[in-house]
Design a protein around this ligand. Structure first.
Ligand code: FAD
Length: 276
């Protein structure tokens, strides 16, 4: 006989584990929750490979609203995800994002800044001449301006956040199962009835949540649905330099290139021109 859960979450990365945490912390919910995660080491999960940076400087209101919620939560993680006296430290730094714009992109950047300011985002537009003065290590030759977030932007320990969600969810009664979801059976059209695991177990589920990240299209297909989610390769590089840059923000170049400090080192990357 199979096991029953009110909610089965497929994927225990930061999304699946945060859903498990928030749902199990909700006083209006008293059901049972299982998270199915095939890799307890999270070797290939986005959540353990992420650059773990957060910004407020988006161009649309929903993205800004989500990011505001997130930074408020990240500031409270220490106590919200504490277990007993053990605080959850995710090393949040908030030195801001410096988003650069060429003359061709300057108007679009100004328009974004108006949306951001309208939603209470503290981002300062800095014209080229001041940019060169305030960031002497930056080559400003092809730039028109930069937009500097004055707080609520930076980076943190992303894998640490995922583990903190997971640990806290477990103390709140969530059951993590190390298994691969291989199939979904339908109770009725559009309603999943059972989650089938590679160990032969079948879990009856009231609700199934697809939190399989880059693999979520495959999970959706098991229920006969098409999700437009396609994995996309990204590379992050580490370098060191004898130069010391005090209070270096997350720098987002107009080319898509980005860099940020990580201790004494730097991380950087650029979106690939062509996927391979
Ligand atoms: C290089 C890189 C840099 C990034 N930088 C940033 C950044 O700076 N800021 C930012 O906000 N975001 C960033 N992201 C994006 C961010 O990391 C992801 O949005 C986030 O981690 C997604 O979490 P997730 O839980 O949805 O997916 P994942 O962490 O991938 O978790 C999905 C889980 O589902 C499991 N799974 C899949 N299929 C099955 C199955 N059949 N059965 C059981 N389990 C299954 C997998 O094992 C995996 O653990 C970055 C991502 C990458 C790759």
């Amino acid at each position: 006989m199979g096991t029953n859960y009110d909610v089965v979450i497929v994927g225990g990365g930061v999304v699946g584990s945060s859903i498990a945490y928030f749902l199990s912390a909700n006083p209006d919910f008293d059901g049972s929750i299982a998270v199915i995660e095939r890799d307890p080491y999270y070797t290939a999960s986005s959540s353990s490979l992420s650059t773990s940076a957060i910004r407020q400087q988006f161009g649309t209101a929903p993205n800004i609203a989500m990011s505001k919620f997130s930074i408020d939560f990240l500031r409270q993680v220490k106590t919200r995800l504490a277990i007993g006296d053990e605080l959850a430290d995710i090393g949040l730094h908030e030195p801001g994002y410096l988003v650069l714009a060429t003359p061709e992109r300057a108007d679009a950047q100004r328009a974004k800044n108006r949306v951001q300011r309208g939603m209470g985002v503290d981002a300062e537009l800095i014209e080229q001449v001041d940019l060169a003065r305030r960031f002497p290590w930056l080559n400003t030759d092809d730039l028109a301006l930069g937009s500097l977030g004055l707080g609520s932007e930076g980076w943190f320990d992303g894998p640490g956040l995922m583990q903190a969600f997971r640990r806290k969810a477990r103390t709140q009664g969530v059951n993590y199962l190390a298994a691969t979801v291989t199939g979904l059976t339908m109770a009725s059209p559009g309603k999943v009835g059972e989650v089938v695991l590679d160990n032969g177990e079948r879990l009856a589920a009231g609700t199934v949540i697809n939190a399989a990240g880059p693999w979520s299209a495959g999970i959706a297909r098991m229920a006969g649905a098409e999700l437009p989610v396609v994995p996309s390769k990204r590379c992050v590089f580490v370098f060191e330099t004898p130069a010391r840059i005090e209070n270096c923000p997350f720098v987002f170049d107009t080319s898509g290139f980005w860099l940020r400090p990580e201790g004494q080192l730097f991380l950087c990357g650029i979106p690939p021109v062509r996927e391979n």
